[in-house]
Design a protein around this ligand. Structure first.
Ligand SMILES: *Cc1c(COP(=O)(O)O)cnc(C)c1O
Length: 235
């Protein structure tokens, strides 16, 4: 049984985030921003409440948890986004239930996502994740490919019959002003768009920095704790 106070709490926070997104979008002259509510660590009952409150897009970052929730909520009209690092041995399985993968970061992962999507006769939308950590040269702790390798991974997604390249994604490093990191992401998005004109999307911004991301041109923001509450500390 759904807890009425939890519903009210989620409704209130969701309304607040939606109005902040709308204000940031208007200020930045952005037409439409997709809110992906990141539900990792929270139960399927919360996802059900969010769906009742009009949420259409939800995000998860771990394969096992995501697969379980998708199974529990089969039949609800939701778009599932995978935002966490994709282990290549899980990629085919992830492509079997995910509509959008935000964290594509190697050609190997591209091949496995494509074969998993093909097997299930589905098409999966993909963002190439850029490593925004300037000190980390392609293996930053927050994942993603080095700027020099974006083209190779984007080309692999574009060539994959069961994947659709829709844009670039990034996570701002902790030690930098997010606006500066999102400017670098926007510049890479522009380069990718030159080659692949339909890859116009930019997934950027979380609870602490989604307004800065929208100001830089984000089309997809991934917000978790501002709506669901703070998560228990993960290992
Ligand atoms: C957890 C997570 C989010 C949401 O983070 P919050 O700070 O709770 O909004 C967004 N993006 C990724 C990649 C995440 O892992």
């Amino acid at each position: 049984m759904a807890d009425p106070t939890r519903r009210d709490e989620l409704a209130e926070r969701l309304a607040d985030i939606r109005s902040r997104i709308a204000a940031a979008a208007q200020a930045g002259g952005v037409e439409e921003v997709t809110l992906v509510v990141v539900t990792k660590t929270w139960p399927a009952s919360d996802v059900r409440l969010l769906h009742e409150l009009g949420v259409t897009d939800v995000g998860e970052n771990r394969h096992q948890e995501a697969a379980t929730k998708v199974g529990e909520l089969a039949g609800l009209d939701l778009r599932w986004h995978f935002v966490g690092q994709v282990q290549s041995n899980k990629a085919a399985a992830i492509a079997g239930y995910t509509d959008v993968v935000h964290s594509v970061d190697s050609v190997r992962v591209v091949r496995r996502l494509d074969s998993g999507a093909h097997r299930r006769e589905r098409v999966v939308d993909c963002f190439v994740q850029l490593d925004l950590d300037p000190g980390a040269e392609g293996h930053g702790h927050r994942g993603g490919v080095a700027p020099a390798d974006v083209e190779e991974v984007a080309a692999a997604v574009d060539a994959a019959p069961s994947l659709r390249l829709i844009g670039v994604m990034g996570v701002a490093p902790l030690e930098e002003e997010p606006a500066r990191a999102f400017e670098r992401l926007a510049a890479v998005r522009a380069q990718v768009c030159d080659h692949y004109p339909t890859a116009t999307a930019m997934s950027a911004g979380m609870t602490g920095d989604f307004e800065a991301a929208i100001a830089a041109g984000a089309t997809h923001v991934r917000v978790g704790s501002a709506i669901l509450g703070s998560r228990p500390v993960l290992r």
